[in-house]
Ligand binder design. Structure first.
Ligand code: GDP
Ligand code: IMO
Ligand code: MG
Length: 426
């Protein structure tokens, strides 16, 4: 049985958490394969709000196994806090329903410090979440990272930490005029949290291989979105992991051929947190309307999300990169009452028209979107249960998106609650 995938097609916050939670009942195992607690997935079930950062969004569905793959970086302290918060909300986290890959890299206090110092003192700010994500992945690739399995042995762990701090302490004390980290202090700080997480450590890739043999159904849950991918996003305004489907093979430990359906989560408009180009951004009343009505502020940092029209060019590229088979269109309800709705169908750069994005940043910064316009609808659609219940103008907009990217739209989300999801076979 091939695994299914949920990924973000834009710059994150498309509503992946909500969709994964809605779909989880159909799967046995839900796996995160990239990113860390830079992610923030808000899920509403029966008027209760849950916010997940590292734990897969399938955890709210009883009896499912939720795994953190080796491609994820995790902070043991915030992960323990996340577990505590969920337990207080009545969600039990046990060895049966939760596991962390032995090989997942650990976000250490010095990673967070470096991220914060760079963001506050550098002239070229990315607008990161300051969770230490970039520095942790840097250490992984530089082969000086600390994996979950490295912290079990005190002597070895301290050797690794010492090695990782050799260059960094010079940076902290000279370039940033800050304090050096002390190996023993770092270890003593992190060790109790890792001790608590130790029972959850497992071999995710072996487990997934066995699950496949047993015919179990696996769902991979992407964090961030295609526009933030380290290779294909709007570099350098990206995150530090592979957010596209290709990242699943290495970040989850599964063969590429084991991947089947790829459901892209697409917001009916576009948002972006942090810096970087955003061709369809609306710096006017409409942008403000969408921001307010869509409650577009970050689940992780609380920052306002920049808002703009849906970018079909970006979507076409996401289809190409991810092998998208279906789309789940979210937050359509937010556009209700706008007289005109726009879809970007091309870019103009220096007098030439493009239907795929120019990848070099200076050109990307200068593109002018080419729009198709659609008449809006006035009805509140948040209680619509079937596609046929949607106003004709909403259906026309949905159908044009599907036609433009040549991908069927399988779900239409009209509100934050698990139940506010229309299944649509187009
Ligand atoms: P994720 O990071 O992709 O999981 O998305 P976030 O959770 O960061 O942001 C999506 C926000 O929109 C959350 O607050 C959701 O509760 C909310 N949401 C999801 N789908 C819908 C929808 O169809 N309509 C509305 N109004 N809100 C939605
Ligand atoms: P979810 O999973 C939106 C953005 C940050 C910043 C850039 C780099 O909730 O969709 P980082 O801390 O990763 O080094 O920051 O990436 N970013 C996100 N934006 N949603 C996310 O996750 C994001 N995770 C990172 O705002 O621009
Ligand atoms: Mg989010």
């Amino acid at each position: 049985m091939q695994a299914s995938v949920v990924i973000g097609a834009q710059w994150g916050d498309e509503g992946k958490g909500k969709l994964v939670d809605s779909l989880a009942k159909e799967f046995d195992i839900i796996v995160r394969f990239n990113g860390g607690n830079n992610a923030g997935h808000t899920i509403h079930v029966n008027s209760i709000k849950y916010v997940l950062h590292t734990i897969p969004s399938g955890i709210l569905c009883e009896g499912k196994r939720c795994l953190i793959g080796n491609g994820v970086v995790f902070n043991p302290i915030t992960l323990c806090e996340e577990i505590d918060t969920l337990q207080k909300q009545g969600i039990s986290i046990t060895k049966e329903n939760f596991g962390i890959s032995y090989n997942a890299h650990v976000i250490m206090p010095y990673h967070i410090k470096l991220d914060i110092l760079r963001e506050s003192q550098s002239a070229n700010k990315i607008g990161t979440t300051k969770r230490g994500i970039g520095p942790c992945y840097e250490d992984k690739v530089a082969r000086i990272g600390i994996r979950a399995c490295d912290l079990g042995n005190e002597v070895y762990a301290k050797e690794r930490i010492e090695n990782a701090l050799k260059e960094k302490n010079i940076l902290f004390t000279t370039l940033y005029s800050d304090q050096a980290f002390v190996v023993d202090d770092v270890y003593d700080y992190i060790a109790p949290f890792m001790k608590r997480l130790e029972p959850f450590l497992c071999s995710v890739s072996d487990e997934l291989a066995n699950a496949q043999k047993e015919g179990k159904k696996i769902l991979f849950e992407g964090a961030q979105g295609t526009g933030l991918d380290i290779d294909y996003g709007t570099y350098p305004f990206v995150t530090s992991s592979s957010t596209v489907t290709g990242g699943i093979a290495t970040g989850g430990g599964i063969a590429p051929s084991a991947i089947g359906n790829v459901i892209a989560i697409v917001k009916a408009y576009t948002t972006r947190v942090g810096g970087g180009p955003f061709p369809t951004e609306l710096l006017d009343d409409i942008g403000e309307f969408i921001q307010k009505k869509g409650q577009e502020f970050g689940s992780t940092t609380g920052r306002n999300r920049r808002c703009g029209w849906l970018d079909g060019v970006m979507l076409k590229e996401a289809v190409q990169l991810n092998g998208i088979t279906h789309i789940a269109l979210t937050k359509l309800d937010v556009l209700s009452s706008l007289p005109v709705i726009k879809l970007c169908v091309g870019y103009k750069v220096n007098g030439s028209e493009y239907t795929l994005s120019p990848h070099t940043l200076p050109s990307f910064d200068k593109v002018t979107p080419i729009y198709e316009e659609f008449p809006g609808w006035t009805e509140d659609i948040s209680s619509c249960k079937r596609y046929e219940d949607l106003p004709i103008n909403a259906r026309n907009f949905v159908n044009r998106i599907s036609e433009f990217v040549n991908i069927p739209i399988l779900y239409i989300s009209v509100g934050p609650d698990r139940e506010q999801t229309i299944q649509h076979v187009s």
